[in-house]
Design a protein around this ligand. Structure first.
Ligand SMILES: [Zn+2]
Ligand SMILES: [Zn+2]
Length: 388
């Protein structure tokens, strides 16, 4: 008997509002002013935010990144982004019958120039707290410029647009997890350090000073993934914990933005228990920083809507197809690893049907509400085996 096709995932009110602001019904292929319009909005929005970061660095940069910026290079990049944003928006304005994208892009360009442009003076002052607007813009612009074109050129699901159902929800997760990075790091480092200190009395750690850096990074990845595997599987198999992680699985669409959908409890628990063993073992800061970059890139790549898979290599390192199976509606509870697929082989949760991708991703029955605000409170009220 044929299975009934699931109803398409609902668009949220915010999805529809964004659609009214930016969307239209004109063709979207190359040459219609659609891509130039999108890139124009992205770059001019990023430029405007960057000018704000220059003006108020004490509020809008995280203390990890702020002292490291080469200011003159950043000014040059800002000038180039602003110029490109202007030209692309103007191109869209000429090519596209609907002027929404072009006008939005030019409006952000104008706002960026009025706020000071690339010659804006760097502000000084003290702030009570800091938000990572710099971190958000850098990641948004870089990831969008790399992955949006790749998802258009080599799509896994060609009919899934950039603005699919729930994209604004994932956009809010992306925004919040980046601007609140300092707060999230604090709430992760504090418990992880306490755990590490408590255990140091019994275990004095390793001396990795003499290790080649590449070997140390590989060891960090292995320890981190083993710990992550345990926490991740725990989230899937524990009735009270599952709803917090169910948020991550609730998007039917897989793309570069979908991986951002993580409940704050999920983020803090997973990062704390992944970081603690790394601190106990005592890896160097340098190796940990390199691993942080690797995990950020891999966490994005694992979710992309790109038909990217390399036989043999996909046995050694997690590629998108492996993690897409983790998000499959059926079978569930497979492929928990983030870096190394052989960890799932080791523990009997490996699932990779040859050359196949899952037909459907998400959770059967869509139990999770689609909006960010409701997702924040939902897990506190739900259990895995609740009906409805
Ligand atoms: Zn999961
Ligand atoms: Zn995922």
């Amino acid at each position: 008997m044929d299975r009934e096709a699931p109803a398409p995932q609902a668009y949220t009110a915010l999805d529809r509002a964004a659609e009214r602001l930016l969307g239209d019904n004109f063709p979207k292929h190359f040459g219609t002013g659609w891509f130039s319009g999108l890139a124009g909005v992205l770059l001019s929005f990023g430029s405007f935010m960057a000018v704000l970061v220059f003006r108020y660095p004490h509020w809008l940069t995280i203390s990890e990144t702020a002292p490291r910026y080469p200011v003159e290079t950043m000014r040059l990049l800002l000038a180039l982004a602003l110029m490109a944003g202007f030209l692309l928006s103007a191109t869209s304005l000429v090519l596209r019958p609907s002027k929404r994208l072009g006008i939005t892009g030019l409006a952000f360009c104008l706002a960026a120039i009025v706020a000071g442009g690339s010659t804006v003076a760097v502000g000084e002052g003290q702030a009570a707290f800091r938000i990572g607007l710099d971190w958000f813009i850098l990641n948004l612009v870089l990831l969008a410029l790399v992955f949006v074109p790749l998802e258009r050129l080599f799509p896994l699901k060609a009919d899934q647009g950039i603005f699919r159902a729930g994209w604004t929800t994932d956009g809010i997760y992306f925004l919040v997890s980046h601007v609140a990075v300092e707060l999230l790091t604090f709430f992760t480092l504090l418990p992880a350090t306490l755990i590490a200190q408590a255990l140091h009395a019994r275990f004095s750690g390793l001396n990795t000073d003499a290790w080649p850096l590449a070997l140390e990074v590989l060891a960090v990845m292995m320890v981190a993934d083993l710990a992550q595997y345990a926490v991740h599987r725990g989230f899937h198999r524990t009735a009270w914990a599952w709803p917090f992680h169910a948020i991550h699985h609730s998007s039917r669409a897989m793309d570069w933005l979908a991986g951002s959908r993580l409940h704050v409890v999920d983020i803090i628990a997973t990062r704390t228990f992944t970081l603690a063993p790394l601190l106990i073992i005592g890896f160097s800061q340098q190796a940990l920083y390199i691993w942080l970059v690797i995990i950020a890139v891999q966490a994005t790549l694992n979710h992309v809507n790109i038909r990217f898979d390399v036989p043999v290599l996909n046995q050694l390192i997690v590629l998108p197809r492996f993690h897409h199976w983790h998000h499959a509606v059926t079978p569930i509870d497979k492929n928990f690893a983030v870096h190394f697929p052989w960890i799932d082989r080791l523990f009997g949760t490996y699932h990779m049907p040859k050359g196949e991708w899952p037909e459907e991703t998400g959770i059967d029955g869509d139990p999770v509400p689609p909006e960010f605000g409701r997702q924040l409170v939902w897990p506190f009220r739900r259990r895995r085996f609740d009906q409805d």
